[in-house]
Ligand binder design. Structure first.
Ligand code: ADP
Ligand code: ZN
Ligand code: ZN
Length: 818
């Protein structure tokens, strides 16, 4: 009988691939194990086994696998089911999900090896210089990697040399798969086996009387062994004996000492202040907790709406504690892990080493370690905190998922595929595990609130800040009027300056918020009005004073700050628009004595940059912190009494059906940073349009009013949560082909969907990296089957791809795009 396996390959292929295996292999292989398999002419890929069966493929003859890479599955069956849901729902391939789910170190690709052809009779005089170098190297070393060849011939492109050597039959090439992950080994030192008894030690010391340095090391080792049961590293011994590596090595050579290795995790928690007592909840938190627990009984998903600083985190902590007691795993999802060091250290105080943080800045090795710890249900991976990708970890036994700040749009992956929403995918994952889900926010997304209102989700709320601190007092300042009356200094209204002065006089801290979008400063020529443009994209380059550069935010293109205008040569260049940098300059002019910090993409690039700024603000080494969106996320500063929003307008005028919802959320969240202890906080929002209904709703904290109004508009214009949307993006270098292709597709869609197809339309930036872009938005009514509609779209894509001119146009789906 023949045996086959279906394999998921990490490439965007619609289907699984079938390979043949021996009956021995078929017995050994389980779904979720990795195999290396040949693909195409010479490629070898790592694939994941989907299933083992006996049905030969019809369309092609199955190739044999190369080898089995695991002894046990590294992916669970539940995970594969979850990934299938993601692929189906977000209209992408299982291979794309696999690629983004597995740490890249698990997905080895083949590497080309260069070997000497032993049968060839090589005449050295026939070889060119570079060929000879490779040939010579192969005399000393039986295989070379391609990168090694590059070093030898000192050139990046080595294909020409290799091709010539192949023709001359000097070398063979071979494809091989390499393990990239190596456990981290730490070197320790102990006494050699022969010297472990007491008498032998005496003899040893006697024998070393002529080598005082060596005996010093041996004595130091003994002292260390007496003090600690822990293994002793070479570095420890070096320090304790006040000697050098060379002396230790001499002892190792004499076999008096012995080196050994222990595998250590790179991602250990090294905190010590662990086991802080979990706080008792106040009556409002208790009531919310009771409601959540009650709701978990019949509805697995529950929304907790609690105003800023109401103490939602402490409620989560209670739920986590209860879940751990049942022996199940907890997943705590956050919008962006780098911004939440405060929260993580808070949780670590309670749960210490039970917490694993899955960090976006982790390297491949660290990722593999976390993966294995979760898979093996290690005690240290009982609670996983991470951003959206932690959803892909191999949980076996999830009991609780918390989605904190569930309204945040960064939960949706934008690029590359799979373009999934982590909140929604988390709910589906929880369903597979029969786990509970808590969504938490002070400003829930319209979707989640709608689901709670219509009874699909359970609901709980906390309407008071912890310690009965009042909600901040929010004041709107009309800057149009202030400009007219000349009551502005730069971007600061008189009111804002007064409040800043007052806060500073009281020794309190201030946060100034400047929206990132639309305010990047650009360079403008005062003579001819020219603004430097990105050569690859359809946007102006932005001015970065700090690095003295002009840069493109879309493709990363940058150039040195020009000394004169590119167009007319005039040296009179000015900056237009304002960003956080400019506010910083103005603050320093208006309040020369203050200590100012800035938190934006420029100042937070390094691995610990966020933490540094947050900590120095926390420790009151700064008086004023200026920042972008980053400031809004769950920060808890004790001494901030004033928050100033420099200009609310761009938030409101953004051309997107969610702009108003997002503006409400953002402004409420920033305001929530003010006055979190005792004294009531103050918020000043500057705007050209202070009568805007959203600004009113923010001032009065009227979420329900905002919700009602927004929901009405969504109903009118058939947007989510009433309808579903799929955004289709077309990309091509050629402007005309793109236009025709998008029109064709839209036409075909209209024949299928009637009036609910919008576009094709250019996005605000219609060319990025030399590719033109166009969008179509498809609205699917709740009454229609989403699955069927998506199948229709896919069918249209098939016909579209059959037209040769359109085949090179990239089609990108974004389901539930936000
Ligand atoms: P939220 O996440 O709702 O904005 P937090 O959980 O950050 O609010 O709580 C706000 C502040 O109140 C924090 O400093 C927290 O330590 C404190 N706090 C909340 N609940 C309690 C409690 N039950 N006992 C003591 N302090 C609490
Ligand atoms: Zn000019
Ligand atoms: Zn660009």
């Amino acid at each position: 009988m023949s045996h086959f396996i279906d394999v998921i390959l990490p490439i965007p292929l619609e289907r699984l691939f079938t390979y043949s295996v021996t009956s021995g292999q078929a017995n050994e292989i389980k779904p979720g194990m990795r195999v290396s398999v040949p693909f195409g002419k010479s490629k070898i890929y790592t694939g994941l086994v989907h299933s083992v069966h006996q049905k030969a493929p019809e369309a092609y003859e199955a190739k044999e696998i190369d080898q089995i890479l695991d002894y046990e599955p590294i992916v669970t069956v539940t995970q594969i089911q979850h990934w299938e849901w993601i692929a189906e729902y977000y209209m992408c391939t299982l291979g794309e999900v696999l690629r983004s789910a597995l740490p890249s170190a698990f997905l080895l690709e083949s590497e080309t090896l260069v070997l000497r052809n032993m049968e060839a009779d090589v005449k050295e005089s026939d070889l060119k210089d570079d060929e000879f170098l490779v040939f010579e190297a192969l005399q000393h070393q039986s295989v070379l990697k391609v990168q090694e060849v590059a070093v030898i011939v000192d050139r990046k492109n080595v294909l020409p040399v290799l091709n010539r050597l192949l023709k001359k039959k000097v070398i063979h090439l071979k494809e091989e798969v390499f393990e990239q992950y190596r456990p981290k080994l730490v070197k320790y030192i102990r006494l050699g086996e022969a010297y472990t008894s007491d008498e032998s030690l005496e003899t040893l010391l006697e024998s070393l009387t002529r080598a005082p340095k060596q005996s010093q090391v041996v004595l130091a080792l003994f002292q260390l062994l007496g003090q600690t049961k822990k293994p002793i590293s070479v570095a420890d011994l070096e320090k304790a004996s006040n000697s050098s590596k060379a002396v230790i090595k001499a002892l190792v050579d004499k076999e008096i000492l012995e080196e050994y290795f222990i595998r250590t995790d790179r991602v250990n928690y090294d905190g010590s202040d662990y086991n802080a007592a979990i706080k008792d909840l106040n009556e409002y938190q208790k009531e919310a907790l009771r409601n959540i627990e009650k709701s978990f009984n019949d509805k697995k998903v529950t929304l907790l709406k609690g105003v800023t600083s109401s103490g939602k985190t402490e409620v989560y902590v209670k739920l986590i504690e209860a879940c751990l007691a049942t022996g199940k795993q907890v997943l705590y999802l956050l919008p962006e892990i780098a911004l939440t060091t405060q929260l993580i250290s808070r949780l670590q105080e309670y749960f210490g080493e039970k917490i694993t943080v899955y960090h976006s800045k982790y390297n491949v090795h660290e990722r593999v370690e976390v993966w294995n710890n979760v898979l093996n249900q290690e005690p240290k991976a009982q609670i996983v905190i991470g951003a959206r990708s932690s959803l892909f970890l191999p949980f076996r036994n999830l009991g609780l998922l918390i989605v904190d700040e569930e309204h945040e749009s960064s939960f949706k992956q934008f690029d590359p595929s799979p373009r999934y929403h982590a909140r929604d995918a988390a709910i589906v994952l929880a369903n597979f595990h029969r786990a509970n889900v808590l969504l938490g926010s002070a400003t829930p997304s319209i979707e989640s609130y709608y689901n709670a209102k219509t009874g699909k989700y359970g609901y709980a709320e906390i309407n008071r800040r912890f310690g009965n601190v009042l909600m901040p007092d929010i004041e709107l300042v009309d800057i149009k009027e202030a400009h007219r009356k000349r009551r502005m200094k730069g971007h600061f209204s008189e009111r804002l300056m007064e409040e800043i002065q007052e806060a500073l006089d009281m020794g309190e801290q201030v946060i100034l918020f400047q929206n990132r979008r639309g305010y990047a400063p650009v360079l403008e020529c005062l003579t001819c009005g020219h603004t430097p443009q990105c050569p690859n994209c359809d946007v102006s380059l932005t001015y970065h004073q700090y690095r003295k550069q002009i840069r493109c935010h879309y493709c990363g293109y940058h150039a040195a700050l020009p000394e004169s205008c590119f167009a007319c040569g005039s040296p009179d260049l000015d900056t237009k628009g304002f960003g956080t940098q400019q506010i910083e300059e103005e603050v320093l002019k208006l309040f020369p004595e203050v200590r100012v910090g800035r938190m934006d993409l420029d100042t937070t690039r390094g691995k610990h940059a966020y933490e540094k700024i947050i900590t120095s603000f926390e420790q009151q080494e700064l008086d004023i912190l200026i920042g972008t969106q980053m400031l809004t996320k769950g920060l808890d500063f004790r001494n901030v009494s004033l928050v100033g929003v420099m200009q609310a307008d761009t938030l409101l005028n953004f051309p997107d059906y969610r702009a108003h919802e997002k503006a409400f959320q953002l402004l409420t969240q920033v305001s929530g940073r003010a006055g979190r202890t005792k004294k009531r906080g103050k918020v000043i929002i500057q705007s050209y349009n202070p009568y805007h209904q959203i600004l009113k709703q923010v001032t009065t904290g009227d979420y329900d009013e905002m919700y009602k109004e927004q929901l009405y508009e969504r109903e009118q214009y058939k947007y989510p949560p009433i309808n579903r949307v799929v955004k289709i993006t077309f990309k091509h270098k050629n402007y005309n082909i793109l236009n025709e292709a998008a029109d064709w597709f839209a036409g075909a869609l209209r024949n299928n969907f009637g009036g609910t197809v919008l576009g094709p339309e250019y996005p605000p930036v219609s060319r990025i990296r030399n590719q033109y872009l166009k969008h179509i938005l498809v609205k699917i009514s709740k009454n229609d089957s989403l699955a069927r509609s998506k199948r229709n779209i896919k069918r249209i894509e098939k016909s579209f791809n059959a037209i040769s001119m359109y085949r090179s146009v990239r089609v990108i789906y974004n389901v539930d795009h936000i």
